[in-house]
Design a protein around this ligand. Structure first.
Ligand code: FAD
Length: 154
């Protein structure tokens, strides 16, 4: 028999990188940790993210029509935990800016997108983003596997 725990455990067997999705609505930056990210198409350049129906980020992207995907480096675990709401203390985050969109400083990559299309699927919304800007840095990625962070390259 498959229950929710078995489903989650099976999905956790897929090792991923970790991103923070950022957007701007009414001059307010918002960030959220996400690992449901993939590259979709080269021509045109499209990527995909999946946002849960309970996440505050959902309405923000629905209204702003744009977002950035920031791929975290292995020394940014604290940022991942912060933007997943796993650290209770309030923290002031200083963002970088690309074309008036907040992005995470020193991330491995900032991928700036405008919403190309979206699809509500079950309890998540899939956003396809058309990539308008990219900034990349050198470094090693933060990885996530079986619900835990790890470094994949040392
Ligand atoms: P909140 O819970 O309000 O925000 C998240 C945190 O970010 C809060 O602590 C908030 O204070 C802080 N924050 C936001 N904006 C700012 C700002 N401008 N300055 C300072 N702090 C700020 N959920 C998904 O829907 N899709 C996924 O793909 C996904 N992948 C995940 C992968 C991992 C590894 C983890 C740990 C979690 C993942 N989640 C995912 C869960 C998601 O990160 C949390 O549910 C998150 O708390 C939802 O954020 P929210 O938009 O509801 O906003």
């Amino acid at each position: 028999m498959m229950d929710d725990r078995a489903f989650r455990n099976a999905m956790g067997k897929f090792a991923t990188g970790v991103t923070v999705i950022t957007t701007l609505l009414e001059d307010e930056a918002h960030g959220m940790t996400a690992n449901a990210f993939m590259s979709v198409s080269l021509n045109p350049r499209l990527v995909l993210i999946s946002i849960g129906e309970k996440a505050k980020m959902l309405d923000k992207i629905n209204e702003s029509g744009k977002f950035a995907v920031n791929i975290l480096s292995d020394d940014q675990k604290d940022l991942s935990m912060h933007f997943a709401g796993q650290i209770k203390e309030k923290r002031q985050i200083e963002f970088d800016w690309i074309n008036e969109l907040p992005v995470i400083k020193n991330a491995l990559t900032n991928i700036v997108c405008k919403v190309h299309s979206k699809q509500i699927v079950g309890d998540h919304t899939l956003f396809i983003g058309e990539v308008t800007d990219i900034v990349t840095c050198e470094g090693a990625p933060l990885a996530f596997y079986e619900g835990k962070y790890s470094k994949v390259f040392s």
